[in-house]
Design a protein around this ligand. Structure first.
Ligand code: MTE
Ligand code: MO
Length: 514
């Protein structure tokens, strides 16, 4: 018997891993079973040392802007998901090679050792899924499914090894090679067809519910700045972001799914006695509504990781008395279902009634991707400080770094002055004179934007008109008209905040000509 090569193992591993991914995909889309490629990726992202994790985020933002231009948001998750799938595929090919190398060392029937390897990998997969809380919160068969698919992967490799070892009449090198070639082609053909069919079935029959049902508040109400004097220049991004276009950033290739009936907000730590709130109990408090712009600290100048909507929830300041805090409590530690957490000073909560536990946006419940059932909203801070999928609040007696702060990001997370040019239109007037119309946004958190200026190339800064914002915690839309000589120019923008400070860095520049 001539033993199959490690190289054959890599090839078989690639084929069977593709099939494995497709079958897992089907289980996920049809039955919400754990999807190992994504979960493995999320787990690795979580355990990586902070410096590598933050560099990874920067790399993903850079790749997303290469692929999506200023439509970072649309590109980001698919790129992350593709990386997860391709990564597991490559690992599967390498694993197949290693398994064949291992099988070559023994003369045992390959099914037993490959079954043991499959079972070991299945056990590791179970531990990872358990860490991510996917087994307990998933459907009943989540654990057996993860284990069985992994075991199946290992044993099919053993089976393929046995088939290759006995391909063709023994002893004739040429016929053995021919027999192996035929087997590999057959296996390749059937795994390819199987992968294609299961993926297609998953795409066709999987539920695609984005959880944004119901009548939106904005469908039936005028926006608070409906009477604003300055109209947005056509081509400027939408002032009130449609919910399905609100950017999304989190450390999960797929969002945690929480059962709203089972869910409780647990309060503990330095409070009189532990408490638990149901969603309905939170909804029974007088709601507050805040128009706020949320931005990711990783949003590059001109990027779309920034959005604006109307948030609804319970003001944390009004909820504090119910918790009956101990005298030494100084901060709240807010924990999410995905292991994310942030620390918020109680003094900060007392200083701003708009800080809320939000359960709705634009009049409809939060969807799973944006934090269902409950998230924190702090109007002046970057998204990194605002946990989604909140499960617990604990009063503590000292500041601690939050999830991203522990990984090296800004401690305070207050939004910096930001401005962007969304559109430049150049028109030729009488006598060949050219005028450029520009429009865009500027944001300074609750400091507000007092002035916006634009310039052409290295020319003088010229002031833009500012449209009344939706509230004093949202971005402003601005527009400007400037005259330009013929040719291509670099248009830049800068903003001033309500305290008169001017933006010093991260200028957005667009180069265009006519
Ligand atoms: N639980 C949890 N909350 C989270 C995150 C996360 O990874 N996990 N990411 C934060 C970051 S970095 C941002 S920018 C905002 C984005 O909120 P959005 O996806 O609703 O726009 O969520 C924040 N809340
Ligand atoms: Mo973020």
């Amino acid at each position: 018997m001539t033993k199959p090569l490690a190289r054959d193992g890599a090839l078989v591993g690639a084929m069977l891993t593709a099939a494995f991914i497709a079958v897992s995909f089907l289980g996920w889309t049809l039955f919400a079973l754990p999807f190992l490629p994504f979960d493995l990726f999320d787990w690795i992202a979580r355990i990586l040392p902070g410096s590598i994790a933050t560099r990874g985020v920067d790399a993903f933002v850079a790749i997303s802007s290469l692929v999506g231009g200023s439509n970072l948001d649309a590109a980001a998750k698919p790129i992350e998901q593709a990386t997860a799938v391709v990564g597991l595929f490559l690992a599967g090919a390498a694993g197949g090679g290693m398994l064949f190398a291992l099988l070559r060392l023994t003369n045992e029937p390959p099914l037993l050792p490959s079954g043991i390897v499959g079972a070991m990998l299945g056990g590791m997969a179970l531990v990872i899924e358990e860490r991510l809380d996917r087994i307990a919160t998933g459907p009943a068969l989540s654990g057996p499914w993860v284990f069985a698919t992994m075991l199946g992967w290992g044993m099919s490799l053993g089976w393929a090894y046995a088939r290759l070892a006995t391909a063709g009449p023994q002893g004739h090198a040429a016929t053995v090679r021919e027999g192996r070639r035929r087997f590999l082609i057959q296996l390749g053909g059937s795994t390819l067809a199987g992968t294609f069919m299961t993926t297609l079935a998953g795409v066709l029959f999987g539920s695609r519910d984005d959880g944004l049902g119901g009548t939106r508040w904005s469908d039936t109400h005028p926006l608070p700045n409906a009477g604003a004097r300055v109209a947005p220049l056509a081509g400027t991004r939408v002032e009130f972001t449609p919910l399905d276009r609100h950017y999304r950033v989190d450390t999960n290739t797929r969002a945690p799914r929480i059962d709203g009936d089972q869910w409780r907000l647990k309060a503990g730590g330095l409070i009189q006695s532990p408490m638990a709130f149901t969603l309905d109990e939170l909804r029974q408090h007088d709601p507050i509504h805040v128009f706020a712009t949320l931005s990711c600290i990783s949003n590059p100048p001109g990027g779309d990781l920034i959005s604006t909507t109307r948030w609804t929830g319970v003001s944390l300041r009004r909820l504090l008395p119910e918790l009956i805090l101990s005298d030494n409590a100084t901060h709240l530690r807010i924990t999410s279902a995905d292991g994310f957490y942030e620390i918020l000073a109680i003094a900060t909560i007392r200083s701003d009634e708009r800080i809320m536990l939000a359960y709705a946006w634009d009049g409809v419940p939060l969807p799973p991707t944006h934090g269902f059932p409950l998230r924190l909203l702090v109007p002046d801070l970057y998204g990194m400080k605002q946990p989604k999928w909140i499960v617990a609040i604990d009063a503590v007696d000292s500041w601690q770094p939050g999830y991203w702060v522990a990984r090296g990001w800004d401690r305070e997370g207050r939004v910096a002055l930001a401005s962007a040019i969304d559109v430049v239109n150049i028109a030729t007037g009488p006598a060949g004179a050219k005028a450029a119309e520009l429009g865009g946004i500027a944001f300074a958190g609750k400091r507000g934007v007092s002035k916006v200026e634009v310039r052409v190339d290295e020319g003088e800064w010229q002031s833009a008109q500012i449209r009344d914002p939706l509230s004093d915690t949202t971005w402003v839309l601005w527009r400007a008209t400037v005259s330009v000589p013929p040719g291509t120019h670099a248009f830049s923008v800068r903003a001033f905040d309500g305290e008169g400070r001017v933006q010093q860095e991260n200028f957005h520049t667009r180069r265009t000509g006519a």
